[in-house]
Design a protein around this ligand. Structure first.
Ligand code: LMR
Length: 396
């Protein structure tokens, strides 16, 4: 049976991890997978996470099953974090949240949920979008199409084209938006643009699915959720997928959440029953450890403050890296304008070099980035930025 298999290519993002680890170049630079790195190139465990883990270790009394929803406390706290605790949709009891194995698990749950709402729904994603979005939703049997988003030449949003495309989307379809820190382009909607997108979504009647994998990495946890909150207040139906991988640094623990917002509490209950059915068929129940950490942090005033402070350190470092890279490229005689990198947000930007140049950077200089020239800004440090800028200057 296995003899008919055809080998699949390595994942365009995760495949880089192995290549980078095997590279013995002393100056190798990892700008591949979106993980935070400190100035020494490590991805540390946050202090608030260490404290929460210690507390759980001392107080946890059982590992018995929780159930397909995951921890109810985690779900409540994640809902409040995303929407703000006084959001009208929370007060109206319109939101149902389940814990999921990472943000990817949340997206896959959303995919199967959408398939049950409307087997013929088309999912519209931004061009470009996270490399895994398409495969993930196609695996759930959904047709994926794109709407215009990023202009590679002007390094800005194709906002008018985006609106024009969305005004053609059927009310039976779903449109995926990135809440903040657009992956891969770093180009976010402004609040005014969100207002227009929300108004159009309401008018057009399609269902918005918002992917919030980087809450707190753009401008702060509340500002980054602007679009999520505005949208949930305006529309009857919405889906939100959140991740705790980056903002809590819980990558390998695989914890995130999927929230469904319905028009009223009764419809939300029905939607939740479908969510639970979908979860049971996909993986039965989510892992509990990451949720236990997050609920311990968000359930404590002191730990929440410590988390917000640690998140700010990560956010500021990434923004600082953006500025340093632009400056060092200039200092190394690069004439091309890279100032857009400093204006973009979150973990990623496109460097804007061609595939041959990406390949040369990897082969000749051991600098790793996704083939599209997406760079993970967190991989830049004071130690490697000179080497990086010089190498880019050489391939340009
Ligand atoms: C990324 O885009 O690099 C991250 O979201 C990690 C992943 O799973 O692809």
């Amino acid at each position: 049976m296995f003899n008919s298999l055809i080998a699949m290519p390595a994942d365009p993002i995760l495949g880089l991890l192995t290549q980078y680890r095997e590279d013995t170049h002393p100056q190798k630079v990892d700008l591949g997978v979106g993980v935070y790195k400190d100035p020494a190139g490590n991805t540390p465990i946050l202090n608030c996470v260490k404290k929460a883990e210690k507390f759980r270790l001392e107080t946890e009394t059982t590992k018995v099953y929780i159930g397909p929803t995951g921890s109810p406390l985690f779900n409540t706290l994640m809902t409040q974090l995303a929407f703000g605790s006084d959001h009208s949709a929370i007060i109206a009891n319109r939101i149902r949240t389940v814990s999921t194995p990472g943000g990817t698990g949340a997206l896959r749950v959303a995919g199967d949920f959408i398939k049950r709402c409307n087997p013929n729904a088309v999912l519209w994603v931004s061009d470009p979008t996270w490399a895994n979005h398409t495969g993930l939703f196609e695996a759930a049997g959904i047709t994926v199409k794109t709407y215009p988003y990023y202009d590679y030449d002007s390094k800005s949003l194709k906002f008018d084209e985006m609106l024009a495309a969305l005004s053609q989307v059927s009310p039976d379809d779903v449109v995926l938006f990135h809440a903040c820190c657009h992956n891969p382009s770093g180009m976010d909607l402004t609040t005014e643009q969100w207002d227009k997108v929300v108004a159009l979504t309401k008018e057009q009647g399609f269902t918005p699915l918002i992917d919030m994998a980087y809450q707190g990495f753009g401008d702060g946890v509340d500002i980054d959720a602007y679009g999520v909150r505005k949208m949930a207040a305006a529309v009857d139906n919405m889906i939100l997928c959140s991740s705790c991988s980056k903002n809590f640094g819980l990558y390998r623990e695989r914890i995130g959440s999927c929230s469904v917002i319905a028009k009223d509490a009764n419809t939300a209950n029905i939607a939740q029953s479908v969510l639970l059915y979908v979860v049971r068929c996909l993986y039965s129940m989510p892992p509990a450890h990451g949720a236990a950490i997050v609920e311990t942090i968000l359930g404590s005033k002191e730990l929440t403050q410590e988390w917000l402070d640690e998140l700010k350190v990560m956010r500021d470092r990434i923004n600082g890296n953006r500025a340093i890279l632009v400056e060092k490229l200039k200092a190394n005689g690069v004439e091309r304008d890279f100032s857009f990198i400093a204006r973009q947000k979150g973990m990623f930007s496109f460097l804007g070099v061609n595939p041959e140049q990406v390949a040369r950077l990897q082969k000749e200089f051991s600098i790793y980035m996704v083939g599209s020239s997406r760079i993970s800004i967190a991989g830049i440090s004071e130690d490697n930025v000179d080497y990086l800028a010089k190498s880019i200057a050489k391939v340009l």
